[in-house]
Design a protein around this ligand. Structure first.
Ligand code: UN1
Length: 507
């Protein structure tokens, strides 16, 4: 593909090739086929985008929430109207099977609906004052220029988690999407252009980590919203942490678990575990790589889970009878296999190994795809095993047996450094409530898979998984500053805390 065909960045209302001379291609992970070529952003491109965002800020913030939301409503309708087409593009570019590609687009218009609708909802609180003649209330102001860095696994939904609220609240944006899914990002930028949003309010710079880093390090950026790997997120958080006034809202991965207690309904347990471990081929930050199962049910659960894992339909993600599409790229396949080997070295008893699929399992014409099937093992619990502590981001699943009471399961559950999502499967409300209260996670589920959160819930983790801010309504916290505003309605000045307002002089 020649450079001239390559798609451009969207900066200051213009489609530009930028200053660099490199391009990169987006690939279909199911076929290895190149989908489109894109200009690779440089620090100079980010610099231009930030300058545009800074210039556009004053005018944008001066609009009302409701006027700003109008642009988002246009996008909401376009997302709905183009559901099928965009769902297929998501599937082609990131390999998720088609129901997931479609759900990604649905989740994005839900987020836009929430953010634009919220423009008409009350913002902030009226706060009582100790002094009857004072009014006190909270106001929020936009921060300014917000940098957004998004992952490939929800290439339409997660950008809207970041962008929709941020823009409605009056900030301007420079966005660097994942290098694996630039096509989806390009379409989102076209939607912003179609909406007629003022130049410079929304800017897209395509590219790699160096472009993302240029956003993170720039003084003009007040808030960085990041969703992606723990490795990158922790670097961003520590860089930004040293800068007063600047915030990094990071949502990263997990080593999530489903606990199946002795009081579980086994049908629910198997169903939830399969969904949690294999949807998106294990590539959600909320996917579960640990199944913690009580000894009373262990053998039966194992047999049933293994049966499904042996047969789970891996195939062409555009076909409706596929459950698992490919992994995103070769590096991910290698990582998955490396961790499968590590589990073996650490003493795992392998129950299902479909890491290398047979030729007959790979759909015709898809030989260059990044295919793997489930890898399931059991291992004697030892909290230091790396295979049950480190996130793989693939269908790599450990079965861990526990005996004794629920505290033991919880201890295993909480022993990892991460804390994003988890589920308990039990018919005993005491166990369920204990899990709700004591599981160290941001997203907790009872008798459900630990995936599939809705956009109006806070989404985010604790511990190494992040600070729970870059999504849903919590984004508001990250992209606005609060003012506590107090107004005196009296001609006299009266102070709180009984503080004297008398001016005393020597005269
Ligand atoms: C992710 O895990 O990377 O809760 C995002 C879910 C989706 C979002 C997942 N709504 O599964």
């Amino acid at each position: 593909m020649s450079t001239d065909d390559s798609r451009r960045h969207y900066i200051d209302g213009d489609w530009t090739t930028g200053t660099g001379d490199e391009t990169f291609t987006s690939q279909n992970p199911a076929t290895g086929e190149a989908l489109a070529s894109f200009h690779r952003g440089t620090e100079a491109d980010v610099d231009r985008a930030l300058a545009a965002a800074e210039d556009a800020y004053d005018e944008w913030r001066s609009l009302s929430h409701i006027d700003r939301a109008e642009y988002l409503w246009d996008i909401y309708h376009e997302l709905r109207d183009r559901h099928e087409e965009l769902g297929e593009i998501v599937t082609m570019e990131c390999g998720k099977e088609i129901s997931e590609g479609l759900a990604d687009v649905t989740e994005s218009w839900h987020m836009v609906e929430w953010a634009a609708g919220n423009a008409r909802h009350p913002h902030g609180d009226v706060v009582p004052s100790e002094i009857a003649s004072k009014d006190a209330y909270m106001r929020r102001k936009p921060k300014g220029v917000v940098g957004c860095i998004t992952p490939w696994n929800f290439p339409v939904a997660i950008p809207f988690w970041h962008l929709a609220v941020t823009l409605v609240e009056g900030n301007t944006v420079v966005w660097k999407p994942a290098e694996q899914t630039p096509w989806c990002a390009h379409i989102i930028a076209e939607m912003f252009e179609d909406s007629g949003i003022p130049d410079g309010v929304f800017n897209l710079v395509q590219g790699y980590g160096d472009a993302g880093n240029a956003i993170v390090e720039d003084d003009r950026v007040e808030t960085v919203l990041f969703t992606g790997s723990a490795e990158v997120g922790h670097k961003i958080a520590s860089k930004v942490g040293g800068e007063p006034g600047k915030i990094a809202a990071c949502e990263m991965g997990g080593k999530n678990a489903v606990i199946v207690t002795e009081e579980a309904d086994l049908d629910i347990a198997v169903h939830s575990a399969v969904m949690s471990s294999f949807k998106t081929t294990g590539q959600r930050c909320v996917s579960s790589e640990r199944l913690i199962v009580h000894e009373d049910l262990y053998d039966e659960f194992k047999e049933r889970f293994v049966d499904v894992a042996e047969d789970i339909a891996v195939g062409d993600p555009l076909e409706e009878d596929t459950f698992m599409g490919p992994l995103i790229e070769d590096d991910q396949v290698e990582k998955f296999k490396r961790y499968n080997d590590l589990a073996r070295e650490e003493g795992a008893n392998v129950l299902v190994d479909r890491a290398d699929l047979g030729a007959e399992e790979i759909p015709d014409g898809h030989e260059e795809g990044h295919w793997v099937g489930p890898f399931v093992y059991e291992v004697d619990y030892d909290e230091d095993l790396r295979c049950i502590n480190e996130e793989v981001f693939g269908p790599h699943v450990a079965l861990l047996e526990y005996s004794g009471d629920f505290d033991e399961a919880l201890e295993m559950h909480n022993s990892v450094d991460y804390g994003l999502a988890g589920a308990i499967i039990s018919e005993d409300y005491r166990q369920i409530n204990q899990f709700r209260d004591e599981a160290e996670i941001g997203l907790a589920y009872g008798n459900l898979p630990c995936i599939g959160a809705e956009v109006h819930l806070p989404f985010g983790g604790v511990k190494k998984s992040g600070n729970g801010l870059p999504s849903g309504r919590e984004v508001i916290e990250a992209v606005t500053e609060r003012t506590a505003w107090t107004l005196n309605n009296s001609k006299d000045i009266e102070m709180a805390q009984g503080l004297s307002a008398d001016i005393i002089t020597d005269e």
